[in-house]
Write a protein that binds this ligand. Structure first.
Ligand SMILES: [Zn+2]
Length: 93
């Protein structure tokens, strides 16, 4: 392994489990107040979960409740949020 090489920040997608550059992923964040939303700029504070800009990954993650686990939510994420994520993925494609 090379030493001193500059590495881009990597995050793991909750859908496929592959680590990618942060910029290739969408961040979903749970704020300290408990609100869950998409964090397009990656700057919001709170607990985050990342998903590829890929509809298949999103489907997998939703089905397996990966966001709920990653964000330590007691309830299922809302339909609205799931739809917003899908929209976001479409925009980025
Ligand atoms: Zn993925």
């Amino acid at each position: 392994m090379l030493t001193g090489a500059k590495k881009l920040p990597q995050r793991r997608c909750v859908g496929c489990g592959i680590s990618k550059n942060k910029s290739d992923l969408i961040r979903v964040v749970r704020s300290p107040e408990g609100d869950v939303g998409i964090d397009l700029k990656g700057k919001k504070s709170g607990r985050g979960a990342y998903i590829c800009k890929d509809g298949e990954c999103l489907k997998k993650a939703l089905k397996a409740r990966k966001f709920e686990r990653g964000l330590e939510l007691e309830n299922k994420i809302s339909e609205e949020l799931a739809e917003n994520l899908l929209e976001q993925i479409k925009i980025d494609e």
